[in-house]
Design a protein around this ligand. Structure first.
Ligand code: HEC
Length: 99
């Protein structure tokens, strides 16, 4: 398996919308923008990122993206936005977290 770099994955597949708030997407790094969403479990947010949610296209519109890439991109986004917040690690999603 290829090691997935969250930053690279985010830059390549998510930042196009989530850096600017395009289409009403929550802006990465803007905690207020993510405020109510972050109260959902990370696993729920991941599910939405993979299957799509309202204006959020499934996998950012790239249907062939491996789930693992979406997961690490999302984790990168959430950690950028909430550096001090513990993120829930519900297996299997965070099972391989290095922390
Ligand atoms: C084409 C633009 C676009 C791309 C690319 C995109 N998103 Fe989004 N995303 C959105 C929009 C718009 C929303 C807001 C959805 C809404 O609430 O209507 C959103 C919302 C989300 C949410 C919050 C879902 C919720 O439950 O509130 C997550 C998580 C998310 N995106 C993750 C990602 C990840 C991870 C990637 C990269 C793999 C990505 N997005 C790429 C547009 C995009």
């Amino acid at each position: 398996m290829v090691a997935v770099n969250g930053e690279t994955a985010y830059e390549e597949h998510c930042s196009g919308c989530h850096e600017t708030g395009m289409l009403g997407s929550p802006i990465a790094g803007d905690a207020a923008d993510w405020g109510s969403r972050s109260q959902l479990w990370d696993a729920v947010l991941l599910d939405h990122a993979i299957t799509g949610y309202l204006e959020m296209p499934a996998k950012g519109g790239k249907a062939d993206l491996p789930d693992e890439v979406v997961r690490s991109a999302l984790e990168y986004m959430l950690r950028m936005t909430f550096p001090d917040m513990p993120h829930d690690c519900n297996p299997p999603y965070c099972g391989d977290s290095q922390e």
